[in-house]
Design a protein around this ligand. Sequence first.
Ligand code: HEM
Length: 326
Amino acid sequence: MTKHKLLIAVISFGLTWAGIIKAEDQPIEQQLVDAMNKVFGVHPGFRANHAKGIVTEGNFKPSPEAGGLSRAALFNGSPIPVTVRFSDSTGIPSIPDGSAKANPHGMAIKFHLPDGADTDMVINSFKFFPVATGEDFRDFLLALAESPADAPKPTKFEQFAASHPSVPAAFAAVSTPDSFADEEYYGIDAFVFVSATGARQAVRYQMMPERVVHLAAADAAKQLPNFLIDELPERLKRGPVTFHLRAQLATAGDSTKDPTIPWPNDRKLVELGVLTIDKVVPDSAEAEKKLLFLPGALTEGIEKSNDPLIDIRDGAYALSFSRRSP
Ligand code: HEM
């Protein structure tokens, strides 16, 4: 999101507060962050979503194939230092890591490019998104807020899920991993690679661990509240953790604008490189406050697709950052 758009969001937030603009007239980015605050509560200093996390560091080594698809400096062959934040879903900073509500887990990566600029990738363990538009995501969150445990059945959320089949389908496909390192993460939104010759290819990212290990729901519920956050530093003491970044390539006719529709499994997958994580930053709780990962923070050679969620996410993340930063 541009500074201009952020300014509009911040100004209109002030006007709502003054009772001048009604909630439904607010920019959708603001309606989304407000809806998150309604469901999860307001926790000063924390993200409106994915509030609980851990910050790590490492590097990314691109493959030669990646450079053929995109002329981005990210893929030109040299190793790129990275900052990676793993997280639980929800805006609740004390959520138990094994709670079903902590799914999908998140992985946000900042690639520190040779020219001093950064490019980001913000991905999670959903294979596809539950809804296709910002308005539907807002309504999903509001339906959740209006469906406490004692709400009459069918609850507002059950009604929303019944009319949006991708909601139950997306949640049925996620479960708790035994480690942030043993989970696969998906980009969900489509991006466009531009090659050295100007060829354009729509892609979706997949971040694959060395092995995937999921817990049965009953076992997940029995884990200690911080078991994922505590396990990662222990694992890193024994050695680095690696992931393989892949691009799934769209073919003609694959929709790039609907993140609820995964592309068929037979689409070509290209290994883009190996991401190695070797340490947790010394003060993760402080470091995460200063970090803002934006799905639309791209670099020359990687462009946004026509997926409407990318700009909306940029706006919502920037607004959440402005509210959580003193
Ligand atoms: C319209 C759709 C979405 C909205 C409105 C939204 C909103 C948000 C907000 C407000 C935050 C907190 C940002 C901050 O304070 O820095 C956040 C964090 C996050 N979101 Fe989303 N999100 C959306 C879709 C997605 C999708 C599709 C993915 C994965 C592909 C995703 C993955 C994440 C992750 C991993 C984080 C944590 C980032 C970090 O560690 O700083 N979100 N989201």
